[in-house]
Design a protein. Structure first.
Length: 435
């Protein structure tokens, strides 16, 4: 049997690359454009993974590529702390304008989502002079010490990497399909939010809490989407005790839910917002945007980093904002959400393995179960489905604590024909799995 280029590079990877950085598919990509990727053997894939939510505007969008090339011709790096540049400042101005809330805001940049969360926590602790941070079950915030401590799932993210950062407290999230309190929505009256009040009695003093950090839609946790009353209620409790609300929009931002920020769906005004992933169209960049008085609290030199807000990344992000807001790609995101919701609802009507369809916009998920009454997770079925889709030319990812949730993160530039073909592969794969 003739060895393929993919087999060759996978063998080489096993020999020379640490196993810690996992590979979700065996694909070795040679080229990617729009909503497709082509591997080193010439096989084309429709991309429903989007670099795990990084390619909202598509692979190698011409405007992003041009912005990077134009900036590279001028200079690649000065370090913002040494020599400022216009793109950093202009991008901060735009993100301040786009963030919810009729109050002055300021922004700083870092390289990754985890770095943004780290800095958001630093800002919150410095500004409030309080140590504790409340996070949520099923939440994911990164793999650094602080963000790993905030992250809920043990394997693979935390196992063997302790001890963890202190003063992190975890509460249940509004996972209505598997309510941690055994309640039923809407008769529950959002008891999971009210739980915070009793939590302050038995776990942590609210006067010691700097911030509550939450993903508006939990990403790695399974695209868990709270009911409309949840975040307004949570924000009210936070305000009552002078606790800051940090919304982690690393995966849900940049139009992923049909709005620029997912927080807009709940009509709340977070004190601090973190962004990354699709913000710069594939270039490493993250942002922390917050109330002016909070962001200005840390002393000069207390925040930042050598590569933070790299000029290539800032120019790419400015291009991304233009594409989303001026080229109607945000509207395309909304259209995709409607198409996907309709197709997934139809699938759920005819496939008992689908326990729930959830999400907002094109950030949608199918939770697979063995039995709709017991809700036993169909983890192996989800794993088999992603394998079948891959073999048929569709890259799609699973997530969730049990690995039984299929999620969609396709680029917004996907054509109707590509979308239909990808969904047909997914539907055929489901048929194979349930046989």
């Amino acid at each position: 049997m003739t060895s393929t280029n993919t087999q060759y590079y996978n063998k080489l990877r096993q020999e020379h690359v640490a196993q810690g950085p996992a590979n979700l598919t065996p694909a070795v990509i040679a080229k990617a454009s729009g909503a497709t990727m082509t591997d080193v053997d010439g096989k084309e894939f429709i991309d429903f993974a989007g670099g795990i939510g990084v390619n909202n505007v598509g692979h190698a969008h011409p405007k992003v590529v041009k912005a990077i090339k134009d900036q590279a011709d001028q200079f690649i790096h000065t370090c913002f702390h040494v020599g400022m540049y216009d793109s950093y400042i202009e991008l901060a101005q735009k993100l301040n304008t786009l963030a919810p809330g009729n109050f002055p805001k300021k922004t700083m940049f870092a390289n990754s989502g985890a770095e943004a969360v780290e800095n958001a926590v630093k800002v919150a602790r410095y500004a409030t002079k309080r140590p504790a941070v409340i996070a949520f079950e099923n939440g994911f915030h990164g793999r650094t010490l602080m963000t790993m401590s905030l992250t809920s799932k043990i394997k693979p993210y935390k196992y063997g990497f302790g001890p963890f950062a202190p003063e992190v407290y975890r509460v249940p999230y509004a996972y209505c399909y598997r309510c941690p309190l055994g309640c039923t929505y809407p008769s529950c009256d959002i008891a999971c939010a009210d739980l915070l009040e009793s939590y302050f009695i038995t776990h942590v003093d609210p006067e010691s809490c700097a911030a509550i950090i939450a993903e508006p839609i939990q990403g790695e946790g399974g695209f868990i989407t709270p009911p409309p009353e949840y975040f307004p209620k949570l924000a009210g409790i936070a305000k009552k005790y002078g606790i800051l609300l940090i919304m982690d929009e690393v995966q849900s931002g940049a139009g992923r839910t049909g709005k620029f920020l997912a927080s807009e769906h709940w009509d709340i005004e977070p004190d601090i917002i973190t962004q990354a992933k699709s913000l710069a169209g594939g270039m490493p960049l993250s942002a922390v945007t917050g109330r002016k008085e909070l962001m200005d609290a840390p002393h000069a030199g207390g925040l930042g980093g050598t590569y933070s807000g790299n000029p290539l990344s800032c120019k790419a992000a400015l291009a991304v904002l233009e594409i989303l807001l001026e080229d109607n790609l945000l509207e395309r995101s909304r259209q995709l959400g409607e198409i996907l919701q309709q197709r997934f609802t139809q699938l759920a009507d005819t496939h008992e393995i689908i326990g729930e369809v959830r999400g907002k916009g094109p950030m949608l998920a199918l939770e697979l179960v063995k039995d709709r009454k017991t809700k036993e997770p169909a983890s192996e079925a989800a794993k088999e489905l992603t394998r079948i889709c891959y073999e048929k030319g569709l890259v799609i990812l699973s997530c969730g604590n049990f690995g039984n949730v299929i999620r969609t993160l396709m680029p917004f530039v996907i054509t109707d024909e590509q979308l239909d073909r990808g969904l047909s592969i997914l539907e055929d794969g489901l048929q194979q799995v349930i046989k």
